[in-house]
Design a protein around this ligand. Structure first.
Ligand code: AHR
Length: 733
């Protein structure tokens, strides 16, 4: 039995105008060669520079931070200089002497001898017939020479060129080349007859046709994809890259502004270098161009806690505090102030009005975070009260003033589908929630319908609670298919094409059908039990098969025992931990990167010594006993087949019903409403024959929404496809 009874005249809550936003992080080479339209890789020759403070193990291509965090470091320099190649007798080498400026640590010395050097971009330089490309380089030579820049095929066949006369100290040489051919595996080549040494300090190649035609701009089709989601804000620049894994890899705003060739490069903890060309100014400019709000995330004086954290001392915390203050002033201060002047010099005399949210750190927690959060929040709020501040932990529980908490969920589709009521019991007078990162990741690495269904079900719950959960953003946004660090990602691109995963289309449907208020509604649905299986992992690591585990064991300190453990590596990261500590007991469900307390902490009366523990696990319930006494008895939440949310759009006179069918059966849903309905409605559905259906470069539209017209009334039955996300737009009088 499935039904939705909708009371359009009873308002549950207003729609949050900021509910659907974007989170951009430079991960999977999402920046250079991706959203940032630069076509040359290693344009500043700094790809092989090891971050300061790190030790390098060349054999294993690993760098290790001062706190012992090891990360891969492979810039393909064993075979030469990343992305650059010599041809026909040309000789090149890197130098750290007399570079373009103090932030450029290397330059390229070239003796062309009638040959050429080429850059192969991000898996080829993509050029299209009739399109223009802006090239520039900084070069110097003591003997005048002619150097030609050309777009060409792998074999050197020219698609257009320009010759520069080079002489004297570092000078910017710039040209626009129109390509005579389309070739997505082209090269940028530089050649010369000269045998003298020519030093190149920096290079760049951009399509002229960027988003809003901006130089140093963004790749138009990728921006267009983003804007189709109808986003309200952009959170940037990360993510873990803000935290870094060492002092030197922590993100600093001041390195990301000014002429791009003067910006410091930055080693991103996703294992590659960025020239910081996509910097703070560019993010704000994008927000302004797109008409969306900006949410700036800054480092709060510590590195990533999942990567052997470095907790900065007071001086360094203050330095990072000042960096945050400067970022705010850069965005907002008048042009005749120190930081406003810098913004004006960078082409934006008027203050940016888009900056609205400030997030203190990323995924930081605990005592060390609380200290830093308090320091940043109290000082910033006093100086800049106009912003909305976001904490990355429930700092309010430690008695700290907290406006918003950013919660992150990476889990399996079932976690999302089973948690549609997660926010129903939020304290309406408490903190607001920003669900800043979420994605179904387990079992859906490449992005599939199953993931989109789970997320959609979860979002219906968020929409119902959008008085308190007022912002969300899916993560991560982009993946260059040749440089995967994290999966799934919402938009996959190569150097000239892109496609979106089903979650994108679900969000396009949700983000473009908002309404003005959520109205009262009741859903009646069948449910599936959430069934678990697996083994026990005893405190000493021994795996115990079966349905019960019992032992006399010492529960001193923090005692943990794991059950329904389906494995600890790879895809199957699902387990439940019974935790006894300081005389209390609780159960946490770990699923992917999500930790959900499923049995809240209660006193158990015992805090040490040898005690008898006993766990009995059934299919969807468990019983935990201590010294013969039941401490927890729990049945797992069911998975509703259908979930829904209903909003009313006053201007369009529409009742919008979002209806997710997570089950694999077609269901007939009876819809009753108090509204006078017109006879037809449009239903847009996202579905496929299999949960695992996905989009690919070969079939970009395997899972995309389609719209049909259906007959409706104030009491009608709609047939909902198996495994489907649906938005029904009813016209009401
Ligand atoms: O979205 C990928 C990563 O997940 C982000 O960098 C981080 O905030 C989270 O751990």
């Amino acid at each position: 039995m499935y039904s939705i009874n909708i009371k359009t005249k009873q308002k549950l809550t207003d729609v949050s105008k900021s509910l659907y936003g974007l989170f951009f992080e430079d991960i999977n080479r999402a920046g250079d060669g991706g959203l940032y339209a630069e076509l040359l890789r290693n344009r500043a020759f700094d790809d092989g520079i090891i971050p300061e403070g790190c030790k390098y193990d060349s054999e294993n291509k690993l760098i290790t931070s001062e706190t012992g965090w090891a990360s891969s470091f492979d810039c393909y320099e064993g075979e030469g200089i990343a992305a650059w190649e010599c041809h026909d007798g040309t000789v090149m080498k890197l130098t750290d002497k007399d570079t373009l400026n103090s932030n450029r640590r290397r330059a390229l010395e070239v003796n062309f001898n009638g040959g050429m050097i080429t850059n192969d971009g991000f898996m080829g330089v993509p050029v299209e017939k009739g399109k223009q490309y802006r090239f520039y380089m900084f070069a110097k030579t003591t003997v005048a020479a002619e150097v030609t820049a050309k777009l060409c095929s792998v074999d050197g066949v020219s698609y257009g060129d320009h010759t520069f006369s080079i002489n004297g100290g570092y000078t910017k040489y710039e040209c626009i080349i129109t390509s005579t051919e389309t070739d997505y595996n082209a090269r940028l080549a530089l050649y010369s007859d000269s045998s003298e040494t020519i030093v190149i300090g920096f290079t760049s190649l951009f399509p002229v046709d960027t988003y809003m035609g901006r130089e140093n701009g963004l790749r138009k089709p990728l921006v267009e994809r983003l804007l189709k989601l109808n986003p309200a804000f952009l959170r940037f620049p990360g993510g873990c890259i803000v935290e870094g894994f060492s002092k030197e890899t922590a993100y600093r705003f001041e390195d990301s502004i000014g002429p791009v060739w003067e910006r410091k490069p930055h080693w991103l903890l996703w294992s590659y270098m960025t020239t910081n060309g996509l910097g703070y100014h560019e993010y704000l400019q994008f927000c302004e161009d797109a008409g969306i709000d900006a949410m700036y995330v800054f480092n709060c004086g510590m590195t990533c806690q999942g990567r052997n954290a470095d907790y900065f001392d007071e001086n360094l915390i203050e330095e990072f505090y000042q960096d945050a203050v400067h970022a705010i002033l850069y965005a907002t201060a008048p042009a005749d102030t120190e930081w406003g002047k810098k913004r004006a010099e960078n082409g934006h005399p008027e203050p940016f009005t888009v900056l609205k949210y400030l997030e203190i750190g990323n995924e930081n927690w605990g005592t060390e975070y609380n200290k830093r959060y308090k320091y940043f929040y109290e000082k910033l709020k006093k100086e800049f009260p106009q912003f909305i501040y976001i904490s990355t932990d429930h700092t309010e529980k430690s008695g700290l003033a907290t406006e918003y908490v950013d919660e992150h969920f990476y889990s399996d589709p079932i976690f999302f589908a089973a948690n549609t009521r997660m926010y129903d019991s939020l304290d309406r007078n408490g903190v607001s929630i920003y669900c800043g990162e979420y994605a179904a990741t387990i079992g859906c690495k490449e992005g599939n319908l199953y993931a989109a269904l789970g997320e959609a079900a979860f979002l219906t719950g968020i929409e119902r609670n959008q008085d308190k959960v007022t912002m969300t953003s899916y993560a991560p946004l982009f993946q260059n298919v040749a440089y995967k660090a994290w999966e799934p990602d919402m938009i996959i691109f190569n150097n000239h094409e892109d496609y979106a995963i089903p979650s994108y289309y679900m969000l396009e449907m949700f983000g473009n059908n908002r309404g003005d208020y959520v109205c009262e509604y009741d859903v009646v649905t069948e449910n599936d039990r959430r069934i678990e299986c697996g083994h026990f992992t005893a405190p000493d690591g021994t795996i115990v098969e079966g349905k019960t585990y019992s032992a006399d064991t010492d529960i001193s300190g923090e005692f943990r025992i794991r059950f329904w453990d389906r494995g600890t590596v790879g895809e199957d990261q699902n387990h439940y931990d019974w935790i006894l500590e300081n005389g209390t007991s609780k159960v946490i469900h770990y699923n992917g990167w999500s930790a959900e307390i499923i049995c809240s902490e209660i006193p158990c009366g015992i805090s040490g010594g040898t005690n008898h523990i006993e766990i009995t696990a059934y299919e969807d319930s468990f019983k935990l006993m201590l010294d013969g006494k039941i401490i927890h008895e729990h049945t797992l939440g069911a998975i509703p087949h259908i979930t829904a949310v209903c909003t009313v759009d006053k201007k369009k006179k529409q009742l919008i019903t979002k209806l997710v069918n997570f089950s694999e059966n077609e269901v007939n849903v009876r819809i009753t409403t108090d509204a006078a309905m017109q006879e037809t409605a449009e239903i847009t559905s996202l579905t496929a024959d299999s949960y695992f259906a996905k989009n690919t470069f070969e079939n970009k539209n395997a899972v995309v929404p389609y719209t049909e017209t259906i007959a409706v009334s104030s009491d009608y039955v709609v047939t909902i496809k198996p495994r489907s996300v649906n938005v029904i737009c009813h016209n009401i009088d």
